[in-house]
Write a protein that binds this ligand. Structure first.
Ligand code: ADP
Length: 265
């Protein structure tokens, strides 16, 4: 058998995405707020930059819903697929735009998922971007490998977790993955770290483990903790209605925490 040469698409992708800081948003577990973080991060960065958000969670695309653009479709132009423009400075690509309905499942094996991700990078007319944010599925699977293999020069990864030990355990694996794949770690975001009662303003640390949460883990593993975002039911509501939490709840502690984290990226 003949040895396969280098992938001829890699230089095309590299050229097409040159100049963009590429940021992976990772989580060990599902449901910790990773897609929400990727969406709010993209909206925050888009206030002053050109941003592309790539939903590489092929089997569970939630970005179109979170950004309120789930009824949009992707169009073909002479320069390739046009991404969906969500607001000034923010364009999005997701397999969710290509499904006939919201409840349609995507049951694909690795090579097909990798093929779709390659199309997102090679065939989409992103224009000149300052940032590309990648929302990935939980864990470390085909999609993560595809992104790491197809992109040259990933700026870094942000790891989203809740404070619970069961979630932190899986973040340790994500950190190990980043180190093996030589992806720099920008830092860890602790989401749902406490709940401020709107009545008495007292803070309950609902998910806090006796082991010390993300701060202790970050110290142990020598990775930066970028910040902690409190539980705020308005985040869920903004996501359900596809509105921008940073705009609708600009003065909330959660929005302040988000902006502080975005400023470090
Ligand atoms: P993941 O991508 O990790 O599976 P999602 O971003 O889909 O998680 O978030 C899971 C759920 O938690 C969503 O309903 C989202 O609105 C909600 N959520 C995320 N972060 C917060 C937060 N800080 N406060 C309240 N709800 C949140």
């Amino acid at each position: 058998t003949q040895a396969r040469g280098p992938d001829p698409d890699l230089p095309i992708i590299s050229e097409r995405l040159s100049g963009a800081h590429k940021i992976l948003v990772l989580s060990g577990k599902g449901g910790v707020g990773k897609s929400t973080f990727a969406s709010v991060l993209s909206q925050g960065l888009a206030q002053s930059s050109e941003v592309g958000l790539v939903d590489v969670d092929i089997c569970g695309p939630s970005v179109p819903k979170l950004l309120g653009c789930e009824n949009e479709q992707v169009h073909q132009s002479s320069n390739g697929w046009s991404p969906v423009y969500v607001q000034d400075g923010l364009s999005v690509m997701s397999v969710g735009f290509m499904l006939p309905s919201d409840s349609e499942s995507v049951v694909w094996r690795g090579p097909r998922k990798t093929g779709m991700i390659k199309q997102f990078l090679r065939d989409v007319d992103w224009g000149q971007l300052d940032y590309m944010v990648f929302d990935t599925p939980p864990g470390t699977s085909d999609e993560h490998l595809a992104v790491v293999q197809l992109l040259s020069g990933i700026s870094g990864a942000v790891l989203v977790t809740t404070p619970q030990e069961v979630a932190l355990q899986d973040v340790r694996k994500e950190i190990d993955f980043c180190r093996k794949a030589k992806v720099p770690i920008i830092g860890v975001v602790e989401n749902m770290s406490g709940f401020v009662c709107p009545g008495c303003q007292g803070e309950s640390r609902i998910f806090y483990p006796s082991t010390g949460g993300a701060k202790k883990m970050c110290e142990e593993l020598r990775v930066p903790l970028l910040g902690s975002i409190p539980l705020d039911p308005r985040i869920g509501r903004a996501c359900d209605f596809g509105s921008s939490f940073l705009d609708t709840c600009a003065d909330s502690p959660a929005a302040t925490a988000y902006l502080d984290i975005i400023a470090q990226i």
